[in-house]
Every structure is written in C-alpha cells, then in structure tokens.
Design a protein around this ligand. Structure first.
Ligand SMILES: [Zn+2]
Ligand SMILES: [Zn+2]
Ligand SMILES: [Zn+2]
Length: 257
C-alpha cells in the first residue's frame, strides 16, 4: 500500500496570507503546506481522502488524473471545497465516481453541490458521484478495506479512517480533539498513523503537538506522523522534539507501507 501526502496543512495552509512569522517566511520546502489530503493506493486501487481547496494544484503536481473513490473525513470547508475539481476524474470514466462519507458530511455535500447529486445530472462534464453513507461501518474499495473511526472535533460529525491492504495498515485522522473510548482499539498498533498536530499550544478543536505525542505513545503505531499542521509548527524544530518513531508529514511525502 502506498500513501502520498497531497497536503499536510491546516485550513489556512502555510504560509498564511499576510503573515510574516518565521515559519511563513521560511525557505524550508517542508514548511510549505497545502490543505490536508492524502492519496491511498494499492496496485489496483486509488482512493482520495477529502477534496481540499488545493486539489487542482495537488493533482497537477502529482499528475493525478484518475481515482477509484473519494472518502470524506468531515464537512469542514478545508476538506470539501475542491469538490468541483473532481470533474477531471469523471471525464475519463463512464460510471459514477464512488463517494463515501458519514451522514452529516454527505448531507452537507448534497446541500452545497446539489447539482452533482441531482437525478438530472447526466452531463459528462460534471461530477457524477455514486454516494454512499457508510454510517460508521467498514467498507471496501477494490482491494483496500476501509474502517471509519469516529472522533470528536469541533461540533461536526468527524471520522478518521484505517486503510488495510495485504496485511498492512495505515490510519489517517487529520482533524481530532478527542479520541472516544469506543474508537481507541481501532487505532491501536497500526503500521503507520498520521494524526492532527495543528499547533504548539492547547487548541479547543484540534490536538496540539504535545497532545498528539501523548496519544501516539498510547496507540503505539510503528511510525507516527503529524499532519494538518499550522504555522506554529516549524518542521526542523518539531522534528527534534518528537520521539524516534515520529515525524511531521510534509507535502509530497510518499510512504510504502
Ligand atoms: Zn481541517
Ligand atoms: Zn505565520
Ligand atoms: Zn475540521
């Protein structure tokens, strides 16, 4: 299974518009972060997680022209507003594009992009989604098993996901404040776990870097990554603070799991 980080940044991206802090002014390419999204691939299947506002740029950067499904974590705009750019993945296919989300996110997408979900939408230039409400239950895309992991984040229904293929596992939880007790076992001892590490200070809707490390030590993945990072996270300084099995993700990071 291969995982490509299309974007590792929070909702503003990094640099933040108009900000002149050390991280926003840094020359280190690992401090340049598009909005959070990953591509999970097996030999035969490609899954996009979230359609962020930087999707067009990400697709061009990585020559991404086709996906087999899109899966959403939640309805916040930094995870959904690239929806229209998925047209490019529909021009080349005859059938509808499988789309998986929880109930709240799916309702939001149908409200925001009603034309795409309409029965009258038969034009090939539009996105034609085949929508699935996973209701928190595991599902399969090609040869990749996907398990939704319910987490607490802001006031919206939010999921992380565990992807499994050929005995290997990858957990992706970009937005989380609290991991509920009932979700904990799903994230235990994965091969790789990438999780929200927004900032260096306490935050009311996201894990801080310190919160992330504390939770990672409990969940004990083979490798732990921070993602959805903001401009308080300087790549090099945070690297030095993290335990050996952890690192910040960065745009373009590709893992062979
Ligand atoms: Zn977010
Ligand atoms: Zn800044
Ligand atoms: Zn969010």
């Amino acid at each position: 299974m291969k995982v490509l980080f299309l974007g590792s940044g929070t909702s503003t991206g990094v640099p933040v518009i108009g900000c002149h802090c050390d991280v926003c002014s840094s020359d280190n390419p690992r401090n340049k972060r598009l909005r959070a999204s990953v591509l999970v691939r097996s030999e035969s299947t490609t899954i996009l997680v979230d359609s962020c506002p930087d999707l067009r740029q990400q697709a061009l950067r990585h020559n991404l022209t086709a996906i087999d499904a899109v899966i959403y974590t939640h309805e916040h705009l930094d995870h959904t507003t690239g929806f229209d750019d998925m047209r490019a993945f529909c021009w080349r296919r005859d059938d509808k594009l499988p789309l998986y989300a929880g109930s709240s996110c799916l309702a939001h997408l149908k409200r925001m992009f009603a034309w795409a979900f309409s029965e009258q939408n038969t034009y090939k230039g539009y996105i034609r989604p085949a929508a699935h409400d996973h209701e928190g239950h595991p599902f399969t895309v090609g040869d990749i098993e996907v398990t939704p992991v319910r987490v607490e984040h802001a006031t919206v229904e939010t999921y992380g996901y565990v992807f499994r293929c050929k005995g290997r596992s990858f957990g992706y939880v970009p937005d989380i404040k609290v991991l509920p007790a009932e979700s904990r076992s799903l994230l235990q001892r994965l091969d790789v776990l990438a999780m929200d590490g927004l900032t260096t200070k306490e935050h009311h809707t996201h894990l801080s870097v310190a919160d992330n490390v504390e939770l990672m030590l409990q969940l004990a993945p083979g490798r732990g990554l921070l993602t959805h990072c903001g401009h308080a996270v300087d790549y090099d300084s945070i690297c030095r603070m993290l335990p050996d099995f952890m690192a910040p993700a960065y745009d373009g990071l590709e893992l062979d799991i």
